[in-house]
Ligand binder design. Structure first.
Ligand code: PGA
Length: 255
């Protein structure tokens, strides 16, 4: 179980799924599930669904997140959405550097770093994703990759700027594959990441920063992952689209 310094967070990432009607329906179920949640809950919805989901979640403890943002506040960036716009539409959080953005849209650590600055400036809680590919794990590059992504993504900020930041460890080989990291693998990587946070900004910062696990989290495996001392929550893709599964994940049981 996570340290009392860190409130567990279960965040659903709906990705590019659901119509407005489906988004409203699922948001209602998540809101209902919040009563029996074991920690904090958030949902990261498609840009178009943000206003309607914000309306459903009004007055509830469930937090609303974007799935990405641009690094500028406004301007001639066709197709982009800024952190300020997410905030204005009702978001409190934003996912940054998800592996799908890195892999499919060529997002670099430098871009994640700029987006982080924009999110913090807009007052959003950033969830910065890191994680190694299967090839990197098999060739013993996991630690180097995580070190580079953390150092590059968080570069140039003081610990006070980053007081709200959330890190998500998402091994790319576990995302959407049904192949979850074992609780021991997750704990090992989370401990390593906490060590990197300590190296950057000291022990108090490292101990106070939440690190979520993501990659094929289900209602069946959430409890064993959350039982690990450095796993402070989960970033959930596929299973967050099913109301019953996600409600069970929100109500995880950890010793
Ligand atoms: P998954 O996705 O739970 O479907 O593996 C996790 C994520 O991409 O955040």
């Amino acid at each position: 179980m996570t340290s009392p310094l860190r409130r567990p967070l279960i965040a659903g990432n709906w990705k590019m799924n659901l119509t407005l009607a489906q988004s409203v329906e699922l948001a209602k179920a998540v809101k209902e599930g919040a009563a029996s949640a074991s920690g904090e809950t958030a949902v990261a919805v498609a840009f178009t669904a943000i206003p309607v989901v914000a309306e459903v979640l009004r007055g509830s403890s469930v937090r609303l997140s974007g799935q990405d943002c641009h690094w500028e506040a406004q301007g001639a960036y066709t197709g982009e959405v800024s952190a300020e716009m997410l905030k204005d539409a009702g978001c409190q959080m934003v996912i940054l550097g998800h592996s799908e953005r890195r892999k499919l849209f060529g997002e670099s650590d430098e871009q994640v770093n700029r987006k982080l600055g924009a999110a913090l400036k807009a007052g959003l809680t950033p969830i910065v994703c890191v994680g190694e590919t299967l090839d990197e794990r098999e060739t013993q590059k996991t630690w180097r990759v995580l070190e580079t992504q953390i150092a590059g993504g968080l570069k140039g900020f003081a610990p006070a700027d980053l007081s709200k930041i959330v890190i998500a460890y998402e091994p790319v080989w576990a995302i959407g594959t049904g192949k979850t990291a074992t609780p021991a693998q997750a704990q090992e990587a989370h401990l390593f990441l906490r060590g990197q946070l300590k190296k950057l900004h000291g022990d108090a910062f490292a101990q106070g920063t939440r690190i979520l696990y993501g990659g094929s989290v289900t209602a069946e495996n959430v409890d064993s992952l959350m039982a690990q001392s450095d796993v402070d929550g989960a970033l959930v893709g596929g299973a967050s689209l099913k109301a019953d599964a996600f409600k069970r994940i929100m109500a995880f049981k950890a010793p």
